[in-house]
Design a binder for this molecule. Structure first.
Ligand code: SAM
Ligand code: SF4
Length: 446
């Protein structure tokens, strides 16, 4: 979501005549797009702002804006920070070019956030956001050949630990017509892979006349767009998961057999305290159904370790779930209490930082062992990948490089593959023969 918002804001500012620089020293304006999901992310923003405050001592004209979820969460409090000129929430991003211009003209403090975040976004506001989205989604700011398309905003789930409903507001599904128009335009621009985005994307629901469009309908409509080769969707929520989605994945060749479906915990007691509305057994039944219907499906999960009240026995249940779920990979987070959430109001943060850390390491170890064992089955296989571009860190020994850079690509099932090839492959499909595997990465030859 934040990558998409950053791309949209970059596009809008370029259209307003600004140019992008990666160097703060060259910049007239610095915008920080923020995440509030864990405290660590917010702490990093505050440390950046401290640094920018120093820079402003020698560059007093520098305009600093904080945008996104932290802007919505802290609002005026953030505007009080000495370094900050603009505070702009996620629903106000279409105003950014105007806010930036006003700040450059000498209006030093500008605030634009949603006053009542629990109130449903008005039709007018939704249509402004829709127009902004379609006007500035140029693929130039994404990974080559790939684009994100938001199909929903907000979330109604109120998992007790989560800040998202308090900063992104109520769930709103976008109408299917502009979504498909957007995908058609992106495909005409050369985009090959579309990732549909929503916090609980399986609950996409758009009533129009005598029918209601659901995610399976969107997948079918997107599949008909010429030029699109792969379609992904993230993130799924394990309740109200319509079987039609699994059939769409099985029957539509363009829909990638990859499901990101967070479990968060394997303990029913903790799942209840998290307000997740399912049990570990129900979650595993859903995974079994998905594997039954979608041949070769790869599944990824999210877990929070050290949630308030989590005992050794609760954590053992999570380890058990991970062993049974046979994920491709897991994203594991240490519980971070978020102000204003129900868990923060009602539950003490009982698990010491050191225990959270150990549980994180242990769960990762269990998952890596499973992935490492499973990934061996790829040895010798030739896989199709969509190449993304040069790999950020070197993986193979230089002798294997043959004068070509190391590229990174992903399979339809979202496995990361590292191989040597020409940079010009970025944004194109390639076939790679797998020669080596690790728990997180496959390595091979073009
Ligand atoms: N909507 C998606 C869902 O429910 O699966 C994901 C939203 S959240 C931004 C991404 C992940 O962050 C969650 O799946 C959860 O594991 C983690 N997360 C959310 N709140 C957290 C918190 N307070 N502390 C630690 N991790 C958290
Ligand atoms: Fe947060 Fe839960 Fe909504 Fe995901 S489903 S965004 S974890 S409240």
């Amino acid at each position: 979501m934040n990558k998409l918002d950053s791309a949209l804001v970059t596009g809008a500012l370029k259209d307003a005549g600004f140019a992008l620089t990666e160097k703060v020293k060259e910049a007239d304006v610095v915008l920080i797009n923020t995440c509030s999901v864990r405290r660590h992310a917010e702490d990093r923003v505050l440390s950046h702002l401290g640094h920018l405050k120093h820079i402003k001592e020698t560059q007093p004209g520098l305009v600093v804006g904080v945008i996104g979820c932290m802007a919505q969460r802290l609002g005026a409090e953030l505007l009080d920070h000495e370094a900050v000129n603009i505070v702009c929430g996620p629903a106000q991003i279409p105003q950014i070019p105007d806010l930036v211009i006003r700040a450059l003209q000498g209006r030093t403090k500008l605030l634009s956030v949603t006053e009542n975040i629990r109130q449903k976004c008005s039709d007018d506001q939704s249509s402004v956001l829709d127009t902004f989205e379609t006007a500035h989604d140029s693929d130039k700011y994404h990974i080559p050949g790939q684009a994100f398309v938001r199909v929903m905003r907000g979330c109604n789930n109120f998992c007790s630990y989560c800040v998202v409903p308090y900063v992104r507001g109520q769930e709103v599904s976008r109408p299917p017509a502009p979504i498909i128009e957007q995908i058609t335009r992106l495909a005409a621009d050369g985009v090959k892979q579309i990732t549909l985005l929503g916090q609980t994307i399986n609950s996409y629901n758009y009533p129009a006349g005598d029918r209601t469009y659901r995610l399976a309908d969107l997948l079918e409509m997107a599949s008909e767009v010429e030029g699109v080769r792969w379609i992904r969707f993230i993130t799924s929520y394990p309740v109200d998961f319509d079987e039609a989605i699994l059939h769409a994945m099985a029957d539509l060749p363009k829909v990638c057999p990859y499901l990101h479906i967070p479990a968060q915990s394997g303990s029913d007691r903790i799942l209840k305290a998290m307000n997740r509305r399912y049990t570990a057994a129900e979650y595993l039944d859903l995974l079994a159904k998905a594997r039954d219907i979608v041949d070769g499906i790869a599944i990824a999960g999210d877990f929070i370790v050290g949630f308030g009240g989590e005992t050794d026995a609760d954590f053992a249940a999570t380890v058990e779930l991970v062993k049974k779920a046979k994920y491709k990979n897991c994203f594991i987070f240490k519980y971070s209490p978020r102000p204003g959430t129900r868990a923060d109001d009602k539950l003490a943060d009982t698990v010491p930082a050191e225990v959270k850390k150990q549980r994180n390491i242990e769960l990762l170890r269990v998952q890596n062992e499973i992935s490492g064992r499973y990934n061996k089955c790829f040895l010798g296989q030739t896989l199709e990948v969509l190449a993304e571009g040069p790999s950020k860190k070197p993986h193979l020994d230089s002798a294997a490089c043959a004068g070509q850079p190391q590229l990174i690509g992903r399979t339809a099932t979202d496995y990361i593959v590292v191989f040597n090839g020409p940079k010009s492959l970025a944004g194109r499909f390639a076939k790679v023969k797998i020669t080596k595997v690790s728990p997180l990465t496959l390595f091979g030859k073009l």
